[in-house]
Structures are given as structure tokens and as C-alpha cells.
Design a protein. Structure first.
Length: 106
């Protein structure tokens, strides 16, 4: 069994299970391209983030675990309605299946 990597946030540790991935969203844009400052209510949540922790992989029929395509520290792109938003000690994260991740950003 592989060791599960977790993300620390203060004193609480978050360990995703199975094929789940914990992502911290990148900050929302403060201004439009034209220079207009956006109020908090008008900011769109970015669909980009950093992988903070991964589970131990999807369970295969033979009892083994599938390897992840993403790793902790990867910058990723995901769908706008992907995952579940959670807040841990004041920090917002998105917990989603690896299959909800669309791409790794270089």
C-alpha cells in the first residue's frame, strides 16, 4: 500500500481518499483586461489551481491501485463545476476526482 500524501493547513491535515485530489484555486483576477477593478461579488472563480494532495489511487479490479497522472505541486486546469469546495481553517480548496482535471499547465 502506498503512502498517502496530505496537505497541511495549520494543525489540520487533509488526506484525500481513493482517486480524489485536493486543489487550491489560484487567486481570482482583481482587474479586467481594460483595467476595471472588480468587486468581490463580480470575480469569477478561476478554473486553475495547484495540486496540494492526492489520494492513494483508484482501486483496480485486481486489488491494486492506479497511478495518478498528477502530482503534488502541479498547476492544473479543471471544469467550472468540478469537485466540491471545502474550507479548512480559513483556506478554500476544491476536492475532486482526478478525472475532473482537464490538463496540467506547464
Amino acid at each position: 500500500m502506498s503512502k498517502v500524501k496530505g496537505a497541511h493547513s495549520g494543525t489540520m491535515k487533509v488526506r484525500p481518499l481513493g482517486e480524489k485530489v485536493l486543489i487550491k484555486r489560484l487567486e481570482a483576477e482583481e482587474k479586467t483586461r481594460g483595467g476595471i477593478v472588480l468587486p468581490d461579488a463580480a470575480k469569477e472563480k478561476p478554473q486553475k489551481g495547484t495540486v496540494m494532495a492526492v489520494g492513494d489511487g483508484k482501486q483496480l479490479e485486481d486489488g491494486g491501485r492506479a497511478a495518478f497522472q498528477v502530482k503534488v505541486g502541479d498547476k492544473v486546469l479543471f471544469g467550472s463545476y468540478a469537485g466540491t469546495e471545502i474550507k479548512v481553517e480559513g483556506v478554500e480548496y476544491v476536492l475532486m476526482d482526478e478525472s475532473d482535471i482537464l490538463a496540467i499547465l506547464d
